[in-house]
Design a protein around this ligand. Sequence first.
Ligand code: APR
Ligand code: ZN
Ligand code: ZN
Length: 361
Amino acid sequence: MTHQVRAVVARGKGAPVSLETIIVPDPGPGEALVKIQACGVCHTDLHYREGGINDDFPFLLGHEAAGVVESVGEGVTDVAPGDFVILNWRAVCGQCRACLRGRPWYCFNTHNAKQKMTLTDGTELSPALGIGAFAEKTLVAAGQCTKVDPAASAAAAGLLGCGVMAGIGAAINTGNVGRGDTVAVIGCGGVGDAAVAGSNLAGAAKIIAVDIDDHKLDTARKLGATHTVNAKNADPVAAIRELTGGFGADVVIEAVGRPETYQQAFYARDLAGTVVLVGVPTPEMKLELPLLDVFGRGGALKSSWYGDCLPSRDFPMLIDLYQQGRLDLDAFVTETIALDEVEKAFERMHSGDVLRSVVVL
Ligand code: APR
Ligand code: ZN
Ligand code: ZN
């Protein structure tokens, strides 16, 4: 059997997305058909539609999603019809060196659904990040589904599937923020704010939020920032040093993805501190640092891949914290929109006052 559903498709490089009818097959072995309830709009969706990822148009966009499993294919035992799940875009193999060493976020032997979703004329769709969840239903590998508490709001839960997990994970997994640490977060969009929230959960003593927009800094405060620095009015490196007794922060999280802000992160950290790059740079960007300064400072320079998360460990834990009122995922949902408003959400992304627009179905 197949399912005809409405979905958001990017047909060609730079062209506005359109709402289309697509054909979704029943799940084959190892696959799951998921009825999508909510899906956040992420920068990566826009990168796909602009042709910045690859040329495999048409794309089925959307990858920050939560929904209910409608049916599963042969051999699927971890999830069952009726389960409320968050989708993840790393269906790891479980058998390669990275997986066996407990670092599946470095697994490149990923297994997405094998069957193709198509347009009504039979044209095969490329699901963005192997998900394609701006759709009433989508087909994924069962390993991309993590069961969580069904009482959680779908709009909030879905955000853990990408940007919010990346930010929280940059703090708690990659940066290993611990009780009493000083943390600085440079760039407080959805990802940076999530790093602020993650640092707060981890018990950081000081959380210094840096942005160039005062509204963003206000939200960062609500999520746990103890100090804020507007980088338009003050040198963030000097400000972070001053706020940390001259030492610099134990962990500095860069959530912009630019060489200038990475340099600031590099110099704003304690000599034994950690820099975590979670902002995504573009291919032409280059970093220039005196090698002597790299030598002269200890600590660690790290980057965070999908928040170095283990979905089966981290998603249910973070949903529990959300349900207990200890992690304000709702604060990331700036607006809820309909499926046909994704293009408008892309435009609003640049306005600076949206953390996340979330499609609710
Ligand atoms: N100093 C401090 N903050 C800055 C600077 C700067 N020089 N330039 C931009 N910012 C802030 C913006 O004001 C914004 O609040 O960085 C934030 C970036 O946030 P978003 O654009 O909302 O992006 P976000 O979704 O948080 O993702 C952050 O990770 O996924 C990638 O492509 C994404 O590189 C981006 C990064
Ligand atoms: Zn994303
Ligand atoms: Zn693997």
